[in-house]
Design a protein around this ligand. Structure first.
Ligand code: HEC
Length: 173
């Protein structure tokens, strides 16, 4: 292959593989019964989004918390319900008498699941050990989010097994 052709070929390969990484993989499905079968272990005003509320649900595996190696068990699944915060007529976020946002419309369901080998093949800056991510609309259909954005924001959290909320999954001493 001549150098320009080779370059074009390599660019095409990069484009193709890159594109497939950002797309959601079918291996994660939204657990249909998470509202009843999972534990709502934390609900809060989102820390990095000024007008959203989040409710976090973990399955029994996730609720076991981190093992001696600091990792949650394989089979752990966490569902994040993301809501718009309610706003007043001027578009300002309403707070309750507790000083908290009040949840409005459910807009997205984010899922993290850990299974053996799931992180393999991902670039280091996108790898979250063996966790992977998915995002669904409230009706359960795939939301079409760039999953690499999820991976990139959670990837640096190596000390907390790529979770922002690991302390809330750790059983009290
Ligand atoms: C810019 C950073 C950022 C991006 C991008 C991001 N997250 Fe998160 N994620 C957070 C933060 C911060 C929390 C803690 C709760 C909160 O305040 O929202 C969190 C919490 C979570 C949790 C609960 C487990 C944990 O880590 O505590 C899940 C599940 C989750 N995110 C899924 C996703 C999915 C799916 C996507 C992509 C559609 C995504 N996240 C994109 C920052 C991010």
């Amino acid at each position: 292959m001549k150098p320009p052709l080779l370059l074009a070929f390599m660019a095409a390969v990069l484009l193709l593989t890159g594109a497939s990484h950002g797309e959601q993989r079918e291996r994660i499905s939204l657990p249909a019964d998470y509202e009843t079968a999972f534990t709502n272990y934390l609900s809060l005003d989102r820390v990095q989004n000024p007008d959203q509320v989040i409710r976090l649900f973990g399955n029994d595996k996730a609720l076991e918390g981190p093992d001696d190696d600091g990792k949650l068990p394989y089979g752990s699944v966490i569902v994040a319900e993301i809501y718009k915060a309610q706003k007043d007529a001027d578009g300002e976020v309403i707070t309750s008498s507790l000083g908290r946002r009040v949840r409005g419309e459910l807009v997205l369901l984010g899922v993290m699941q850990r299974e053996p080998g799931w992180g393999e093949g991902l670039a280091p800056e996108l790898r979250n050990e063996n966790w992977d991510f998915a995002a669904f609309k409230p009706d359960g259909s795939i939301a079409g989010k760039d999953i690499d954005a999820c991976r990139a924001c959670h990837a640096p959290l190596e000390d907390t097994h790529h979770l922002f909320s690991i302390e809330h999954l750790t059983p009290a001493p």
